[in-house]
Design a protein around this ligand. Structure first.
Ligand code: SAM
Length: 329
């Protein structure tokens, strides 16, 4: 029986948990996981699947009803699809989704579907294979695109394509990327580059949503879509007669913290209440000390009580090293 106990000091009901199941990734995106990557977590420091499932069940008993699985790259962790199946079977969970770079999508698509996942977020910053290699360090654009097309054929809905917009990198492709929404039912989501970690992307001259909007409106007027209860921070629009949607996520130009309903569980077992804050609660230690569910609930509640109202005003001051790849964006 769900209790809805996850209410923070600002009366926000936290019903959304993002779980990073690994800090490992098969790509080295310039904005996320730079080549000078830090040491990876030791195997023993990463939560085991049964530990994550137990924490997810506890979260659901407290009011979580939406879970997104992310990474690192979730599909590089062995057993990910079986884990998704167990996760989807948790009573009370209404929505389960997966964020992936798509590299291993093709070979896993049937298992992901039969696990019960219908919603996919796939990172795709360019339609140019050479540029894809420059951004990610790997020549796998074709493989990723085939995975996306297969996901479409298999009926995943929605398929959101996450585009981190970067001046001098993919600013010349915004229109082409937005145009995909005419041909496919994809949700193309433009995300402002967050200057966090040791990103090697050019953060000094950020490409912000108002400029992106202006550029792509050459394709037509952007018609706002009514906000849905399940919506995240994206502001949703549609071009007239388009099959898909356009979404804008603006962590830099416009905070969306006010309505934040999220908690994050990191691969090494910390509950994080804000992507851009280092306030967190270690839940792995009490879990491995053998504490009972009720005590672990207390750890959730402690984390929630410390959730900041918003992330710092000036994101350029952030200095957390390597954050994205280890906590999952
Ligand atoms: N490996 C998966 C993937 O590539 O989608 C999941 C993890 S990745 C960290 C999750 C999301 O974070 C991706 O959509 C990525 O584009 C976004 N992301 C990573 N670093 C970012 C940054 N510095 N600014 C904005 N978005 C970022």
């Amino acid at each position: 029986m769900q209790e809805h106990q996850l209410v923070d000091p600002y009366k926000r009901h936290l019903n959304y948990l993002r779980i990073s199941i690994t800090d490992r990734c098969n790509l080295r995106c310039v904005y996320c996981n730079p080549r000078s990557s830090k040491q990876k977590l030791r195997h023993k420091d990463v939560l085991r699947y049964e530990e994550i499932l137990r924490l997810a069940r506890i979260g659901v008993s407290l009011g979580i009803n939406k879970i997104r699985v992310t990474g690192g790259e979730p599909l590089v962790r062995k057993g990910c699809c079986d884990f998704l199946e167990h996760l989807a079977a948790i009573d009370g969970l209404k929505d389960i989704s997966l964020t992936t770079n798509g590299v291993l999508l093709k070979q896993n698509i049937d298992k992901i579907a039969s696990a019960g996942v219908k919603r996919l977020n796939i990172s795709l910053d360019t339609l140019n294979p050479e540029k894809y290699q420059q951004i990610t360090g790997h020549d796998v654009f074709k493989q990723v695109w085939e995975g996306i097309e297969l996901a479409l054929q298999k009926g995943f809905d929605p398929i959101k394509l996450n585009v981190v917009a970067i001046n001098g990198v993919n600013d010349d492709e915004l229109i082409q990327l937005a145009e995909l929404s005419f041909k496919y039912p994809f949700h193309i989501r433009f995300i402002e580059l967050m200057p966090i970690g040791t990103t090697s992307a050019p953060v000094a001259n950020p490409l912000l949503i108002p400029e992106i909007k202006k550029k792509i409106q050459i394709l037509g007027d952007l018609i706002p879509i009514q906000k849905d209860i399940n919506d995240g921070p994206a502001k949703r629009y549609k071009f007239k007669d388009a099959m898909g949607e356009i979404g804008f996520i603006s962590p830099v130009s416009k905070h969306f913290c006010k309505g934040c309903n999220r908690l994050r569980l990191t691969a090494d077992g910390h509950i994080l209440t804000c992507l851009l804050s280092d306030i967190c609660e270690d839940i792995k230690s009490p879990l491995r000390l053998g504490l009972l569910d009720n005590d672990l609930k207390t750890v959730f509640l402690k984390a929630v009580a410390r959730k900041p109202f918003q992330h710092p005003e000036n994101l350029t001051l952030l200095a957390q090293p390597e954050q994205m790849v280890s906590i999952g964006g």
